[in-house]
Design a protein around this ligand. Structure first.
Ligand SMILES: CCCCCCCC/C=C\CCCCCCCC(=O)N[C@@H](CO)[C@H](O)/C=C/CCCCCCCCCCCCC
Ligand SMILES: [Ca+2]
Ligand SMILES: [Zn+2]
Length: 275
């Protein structure tokens, strides 16, 4: 009896619309198998941006630590779980979406969080990374206590990252770096406005017959992460591997007004550091 009950419960968490969260986009408008069509499709932007960022970050990762590739590899999974969530609006989809974001953030903090912002009792990156791991495991378990709160807590990390970028930019004089900092924050502000507006202003957007703000958030946030993560990686390279003489460029063409930022290493390998 108990076995039947628990397997029914198990199946329930996978079922369509078992999540308590429902975004503004009309359900089943374009397909009977996809609950939120535009939100699902826009999640595919992660599949476009992530491989390009893996390619663009490769020279820096090769010099610094190949494990850095974990971040954009995990972003592919964030896109996959986000598409699954919006396709089904299932509880499992929601948890996979949110927990994958939590673990990418954890990897980002572990690899890149600037040493000078560490709490005073932490002396090195490996202690900091262990602390991040412990906090992430505890947060993963506690995320099941009140799942509707998870997204707000994750957005607090976005706010913290924006704060770190602003603090770092205060004493920066390089115009290219400053521009990247401003663009990262502007894109994040635009993205978060779409997320909040979709969450709390749905009746207004329904009257305008424009319920696509959450999908637009997907596209803007992946670009914001590409910009902000390159900036943070650039600052990391400047402090941790200064002999590589890091610089910033845009792909596909540095002269274009739009493009994806990446790091170029004008110096050469680690061996030169020893000379
Ligand atoms: C020193 C640390 C460096 C960290 C580098 C950045 C690592 C990338 C971190 C997060 C990836 C965010 C991916 C967003 C996925 C969106 C999926 C989604 O829409 N999920 C929603 C449900 O469908 C869910 O409600 C969203 C929850 C909120 C997620 C908040 C994520 C914080 C993003 C931080 C971005 C930083 C921007 C830079 C600021 C200048
Ligand atoms: Ca909906
Ligand atoms: Zn989403």
């Amino acid at each position: 009896m108990g076995g039947v009950y628990s397997s029914e419960k198990m199946a329930e968490v996978f079922s369509y619309e078992s999540s308590e969260v429902d975004w503004c986009e009309d359900n089943y408008k374009h397909s009977e198998h996809v609950v939120e069509y535009f939100n699902t499709m826009s999640s595919f932007s992660f599949f476009v941006i992530s491989p390009i960022m893996l390619y663009l970050l490769h020279p820096y990762a090769k010099e610094r630590n190949l494990a850095i590739h974990l971040i954009w590899t995990m972003m592919i999974f964030v896109g996959l779980f986000s598409a699954y969530f919006h396709m089904t609006l299932s509880f499992v989809g929601q948890m996979l979406d949110e927990l994958s974001i939590l673990w990418v953030l954890a990897a980002g903090y572990a690899f890149w969080f600037p040493r000078r912002h560490y709490p005073s009792f932490i002396k090195d990156r490996s202690t900091f990374s262990s602390l991040v791991l412990v906090v992430t495991v505890i947060s993963t378990v506690s995320s099941f206590v009140k799942p509707t709160a998870n997204a707000y807590i994750l957005n607090c990390f976005g706010l913290h990252l924006a704060y770190v970028v602003v603090v770092e930019m205060r004493c920066c004089t390089d115009q290219k770096v400053l521009r990247l900092g401003k663009l990262s924050v502007a894109l994040w502000v635009l993205a978060i406005s779409c997320w909040v507006s979709d969450r709390f202003g749905c009746s207004f957007w329904q009257r305008l017959n424009f319920c696509y703000l959450h999908g637009i958030w997907h596209i803007l946030i992946v670009i914001a992460v590409a910009y902000a993560s390159t900036l943070i990686a650039y600052l990391d390279a400047s402090y941790e591997i200064p002999y590589s003489l890091p610089g910033l460029q845009y792909w596909p063409c540095d002269k274009w007004a739009v493009g994806l930022p990446h790091i170029v290493l004008k110096g050469t390998t680690k061996t030169q550091k020893r000379c």
